[in-house]
Design a binder for this molecule. Structure first.
Ligand SMILES: CC(C)=CCC/C(C)=C/CC/C(C)=C/CC/C(C)=C/COP(=O)(O)OP(=O)(O)O
Ligand SMILES: Cc1cc(O)c2ccccc2c1O
Length: 351
């Protein structure tokens, strides 16, 4: 979420008077003559409308706390796993696809909330951070904890539903689901893998092979190596989001005493790594397009976005790079999925 947008939402959530729509109507202010004045609309506006408005603002605060701009990272692997199942088995169960998408989304969302809570309690998030849900008191820490617990419970409910909808073995489903759930918690909670430079590995595995394999397995009912291989370009691109995030936060993270990969390798190698993560997927798409089927060239349409991001990273204008890389991730992922759908039968490498 862009800083300015975030601030606007924060102002709306904690300062009702700042919001033109709400504030003007509810302020019991002082008029030009210095006398206390209740605006006429105050009396007209019903208590019910006021409660509805407060509920809306609270809901907006909860939605923003999830950092929905990052959801492309979990939706694209679900789409990829499902489309691979479609190519292999010839059909996809739409209900399973929907429940699987909700499961992965809520576990990702819960991971973001755990991140918000622990980064705040360890003093890592500050007034200039991207995530200011707790710093700006948009929500209270216990709200974030409760919301996170609610999402994890919803995730478990969805996983149970998947068990009944899919033919997947219970032990396989539990292994992958709880693997995803523990990664989402341990990224910043418990041992806090992010704080010891292991965050990148967690992201590469969970948002790549694990999520793609999960989406594929709930459709076909068995575990396969194929989705792991197809997940590689997407996983690299998703890791580019996190790496740009960590490069942007390098100084404040160092100050807070944590270690990330970006801190370990420094700004120059971070730029080299970002280019690697950004462009290697395109090399893989070129290989797939020339050796197998031309439809795999579709993701190359996003190359101009990647070049623009490379330029911004080079000029160290990091502010909005994670969000822009997430947008690229969504588009590249969708083109990748369409490329696979359009591939003629038998033209894709099936290992
Ligand atoms: C397979 C199943 C069932 C689920 C997988 C679901 C997923 C993808 C879970 C991963 C959750 C996870 C690791 C979330 C962490 C999200 C994250 C990278 C937050 C960013 O953290 P910071 O690096 O602190 O960035 P900020 O500075 O913006 O807070
Ligand atoms: C909030 C947030 C921030 C990120 O930089 C992410 C990077 C990759 C995957 C997920 C991410 C995320 O959820």
């Amino acid at each position: 979420m862009a800083k300015e947008q975030y601030l606007t939402m924060a102002e709306k959530c904690i300062l009702p008077g700042v919001n033109g729509h709400n504030g003007q109507q509810w302020q019991t202010g002082v008029n030009n003559f210095g006398k206390n004045n209740t605006t006429p609309t105050t009396t007209r506006m019903s208590r019910r409308a006021r409660v509805a408005s407060d509920v809306r603002q609270k809901c907006a605060a909860y939605v923003l706390a999830l950092r929905p701009w990052s959801f492309s990272a979990s939706l694209t692997p679900v789409a990829l796993g499902s489309v691979l199942a479609y190519k292999l088995e010839g059909s996809v169960d739409l209900l399973i696809l929907m429940v699987c998408a909700v499961t992965v989304l809520v576990v990702h969302g819960a991971g973001n909330l755990v991140n918000t809570y622990y980064d705040f309690s360890k003093g890592i998030d500050h007034k200039k951070s991207d995530d200011r849900t707790l710093v700006d008191e948009i929500l209270a820490p216990q709200d974030v904890v409760m919301f996170g617990a609610l999402l994890y419970s919803l995730g478990c409910l969805c996983a149970t539903l998947l068990y009944f909808l899919s033919t997947m073995k219970l032990e396989h489903l539990a292994l992958i689901y709880f693997g995803g759930l523990s990664s989402s918690f341990l990224y910043t909670g418990g041992i806090g893998l992010k704080y010891v430079a292991l965050g990148d590995v967690v992201i590469l595995i969970t948002f790549g092979p694990l999520a793609v394999m999960f989406a594929h397995a709930v459709q076909v009912g068995y575990l396969s190596v194929l989705p792991l291989v197809y997940a590689v370009p997407l996983a690299l691109n998703t890791e580019a989001i996190l790496h740009s995030n960590n490069t942007r936060d390098m100084d404040s993270d160092k100050h807070a005493g944590i270690v990330t990969l970006a801190i370990l390798i420094g700004p120059t190698l971070s730029y080299v790594l970002y280019n690697f993560l950004l462009f290697v997927p395109y090399v893989l798409f070129c290989i797939l397009a020339t050796r197998y089927t031309i439809s795999m060239a579709l993701p190359l349409l996003t190359l101009p976005m990647a070049f623009s991001l490379e330029k911004q990273f080079r000029s160290r204008f990091y502010a909005k790079i994670p969000q822009k890389t997430a947008k690229l991730n969504l588009l590249m992922g969708l083109f990748y999925v369409f490329g696979i759908i359009l591939a003629p039968a038998g033209s894709l490498p099936l290992l």
